[in-house]
Design a protein around this ligand. Structure first.
Ligand code: SF4
Length: 468
């Protein structure tokens, strides 16, 4: 899927290292492997044990961290971030990690996710005298930490975290410590690994493979890890935590070579395709997937249906970010620049086109049209997620409710609008059964599909996503 032009965008990625002489370099490579989670800005904060140093900027990891810049980043611990602007919008000041100085020391924050009570807390903090440097929700945590009144940083952090609502995977770096926190619902993935005696933390395990780290375990919902020269300790800052990991991490956001909660993302997607072949049996000549994130599901569908998988769509990998434009008309043009149908594969054929989601419907319509212009006699669209009817409040840019085509249209109405010969969405049970082999929907956030969100949503957040 072409996230940038489709309206379903990744959130952010974080990577951290403790106790390694090449911490900045490892963070660079880790962030590079998480680049799919955010391309708008990136930063690294490194600690040499006495002071924190930050380098950040708007752009890709390879653009910001040139070899000259990397030469200057020396230290044994580091945290880094790749950003897709969600809450608070873009701009240099919102690029993370955010670095704060006080008389008792410095503190850097890197955050993946979105707080749903950030505005509520900001109003309270401003009334008490806080002045915010950024429009990002991440900064709220720094103010809460400094105002908590507890003598020890660990307790300050635990107290501050207990006031947050929403999705957060936080890395917090001081001169002497690395802290790692995951929200009480574990909405975003976050894993712990090691390289010898050094610890690494990453949004996705694909980053571990790149830096040669060994996976230890996933961070638990409501857990605060503290890593310092005394070793690693784990504490719960929230009890009765109910895991609700984002189902879309498996469907679309994460890389196929990552494992989340021990489950390989490619395998889960392939299983979704297999399940779709049962839920939507179609007489067709070829199966094709929308590159890149739908290839795994398309392979699964083809395998289960006994129909050949073919590369019916090719992605132009060299379209730069400058082509990504926000208006609807340019989005449609963007599809043409980024995707081409392979005439030799689809001409005169009945095609099953597998995609991972439909957000606005614009991209699906263009892709169906591309395939038909290239000679496909029928185009049957199968989608490896249920219809997205509601916005996401947890850091995924799914657009406002009004822009979501499935919010007020039936499957048949969507089929007609995108010009497909048939359209099938996977069932919720089918999607979850493809990820885990257990019954029920426990353990996942399904908010954008069924409107059942794991946290309370604050009125001003609701207003933002239901605007227009
Ligand atoms: S609302 Fe949807 S996209 Fe957002 S966290 Fe939940 S499952 Fe993921």
């Amino acid at each position: 899927m072409l996230a940038e032009i489709k309206g379903l965008n990744e959130e952010c990625g974080v990577f951290g290292v403790w106790g390694h002489p090449d911490s900045a370099q490892l963070t660079y490579y880790g962030l590079h492997s998480l680049q799919h989670r955010g391309q708008e800005g990136t930063g690294i904060v490194v600690s040499d044990g006495n002071k924190l140093r930050v380098v950040k900027g708007e752009g890709l990891v390879s653009e910001i961290f040139t070899s000259n810049v990397m030469e200057e980043l020396k230290g044994t611990s580091a945290i880094g971030h790749v950003r897709y602007a969600t809450a608070g919008g873009g701009g240099y000041e919102n690029v993370q990690p955010l670095l704060f100085h006080s008389q008792t020391g410095s503190l850097a924050l890197a955050h993946n996710g979105n707080l749903v009570n950030a505005n509520f807390l900001k109003h309270q903090l401003e009334a008490q005298g806080s002045i915010f440097q950024t429009s990002s929700d991440t900064e709220v945590l720094a103010h809460l930490i400094r105002r908590s009144g507890y003598p020890q940083l660990k307790d300050q952090v635990k107290n501050a975290l207990s006031m947050l609502k929403g999705a957060y995977a936080y890395l917090i770096l001081t001169e002497k410590e690395l802290m790692v926190a995951l929200d009480p619902h574990g909405l975003r993935p976050l894993s712990l690994g090691c390289i010898g005696n050094a610890y690494v933390v990453a949004s996705e395990t694909c980053a571990f493979d790149v830096v040669g780290a060994e996976y230890i375990r996933d961070i638990r919902p409501g857990e605060l890890l503290i890593i310092n020269e005394d070793g690693i300790t784990s504490e719960q800052f929230a009890f009765n935590s109910q895991k609700s990991i984002c189902a879309m991490e498996y469907v679309y956001f994460s890389r196929p070579d990552s494992n989340i909660q021990g489950i390989n993302v490619h395998t889960a997607r392939k299983n979704m395709g297999k399940r779709l072949a049962v839920e939507a049996p179609i007489e067709a000549d070829v199966v094709t997937g929308v590159p890149d994130s739908s290839i795994s599901a398309a392979i699964g569908y083809a395998e289960a249906a006994g129909i050949p998988y073919e590369m019916g769509l090719v992605k132009n990998k060299y379209v730069g970010r400058t082509f990504i434009q926000p208006t609807q008309s340019l989005r449609e043009q963007g599809v043409k620049m980024k995707l081409s149908a392979v005439r030799g594969v689809v001409e005169g054929k009945r095609v099953v086109m597998v995609d991972d989601s439909i957000v606005r419907g614009t991209t699906s319509r263009r892709i169906v049209s591309l395939l038909k212009e290239a000679g496909a006699t029928e185009v049957h669209v199968v989608i490896s997620s249920p219809p997205i009817k509601n916005p996401c409040f947890y850091g995924i840019d799914t657009s406002t409710k009004e822009e979501l085509i499935a919010s007020d249209k039936s499957v048949e109405e969507i089929r007609q609008l995108i010009g497909a010969d048939s359209l099938t969405f996977i069932s919720t049970e089918g999607m979850l059964g493809a990820i885990v082999k257990t019954e029920g929907t426990n353990g996942f956030c399904l908010g954008c599909f069924n409107g059942d969100y794991p946290t309370e949503i604050y009125p001003d957040t609701l207003q933002y996503y239901y605007q227009k």
